[in-house]
Design a protein around this ligand. Structure first.
Ligand SMILES: [Zn+2]
Length: 251
């Protein structure tokens, strides 16, 4: 009887020590997972195609927010997470005597179509491919713009020369050294590296935690049959706009 009690006693001790081990293991995994910054924003998957193509009204979309006038030049919207990170970034920059305002944020299909078709008419050339290539130096074809996604912003000035000296250079250097801490990167860098697509844009910054996700889904789900509904859309495939201009960026 005594040995039976001892046996039960040992079994109970073994049971609890195992339990303790398990709960410690679970605790460790939780701690590790908490340390990995898995952005909640990535759970949005799958992103609907019409959003990738800009065919929606971002002003009515609950994931978007209007940029307060103190941080922008006009009525500009971006995704809420992008705005939060941008505000943190410009507040940090202000402590070092640099500040940023958003010149342009989200543009949907209709807005990009107006820009595209205005430039198309202005170029007034009979060769559709060369007309499109001329516009594509700086402007996107509707449904191929990163500005549709609400992840990309243009800052302070739309001329590279502004960022080459004085105040502009100080701002640009600050972004190069610090923007990554807030999730932003410059997608359209110098083309000397062999990058295809648009010319360098020192003002255009992209919120990578979100844009990389959008680009992945775009690459998986969008094809030339989706690039339609504007003048000149027929040459999108000839120019290979998706490969050279959208996929020309890594994230
Ligand atoms: Zn831009």
């Amino acid at each position: 009887m005594r040995s039976k009690i001892l046996l039960y006693f040992f079994l109970i001790i073994i049971f609890f020590s195992c339990k303790k081990k398990d709960s410690t293991a679970v605790e460790n995994i939780t701690q590790v997972n908490n340390r990995i910054s898995t952005p909640k924003i990535l759970s949005e998957k799958p992103i609907q195609s019409f959003k990738l193509l800009g065919k929606f009204n971002y002003r009515n979309d609950t994931t978007f927010a209007k940029v307060p006038s103190s941080y922008s030049f006009k009525n500009i919207y971006v995704q809420k997470v992008v705005l939060d990170s941008f505000i943190k970034m410009t507040n940090a920059a202000e402590k070092e005597g640099v500040s940023f305002k958003i010149v342009s944020g989200t543009r949907n299909f209709d807005e990009q179509k107006r820009i595209w078709e205005r430039k198309w008419k202005r170029n007034n050339t009979s060769d559709s491919v060369s007309n499109a290539l001329q516009i594509l130096k700086y402007s996107s074809m509707p449904s191929t713009s990163r500005h549709h996604w609400g992840t990309d912003i243009d800052l302070n000035n739309l001329n590279n020369s502004y960022f080459d000296k004085g105040k502009g250079l100080k701002e640009y250097n600050w972004l190069v050294n610090n923007a990554h801490k807030f999730g932003f990167f410059q997608p359209y860098t110098s083309k000397k590296s062999g990058r295809t697509g648009y010319n360098e844009e020192k003002w255009h910054w992209s919120f990578k935690p979100l844009s990389s996700h959008y680009l992945n889904v775009y690459n998986d789900s969008i094809s030339y049959k989706d690039i339609t509904g504007f003048v000149g859309s027929a040459v999108a495939k000839d120019i290979d706009v998706i490969k050279k201009y959208v996929k020309g960026i890594e994230y």
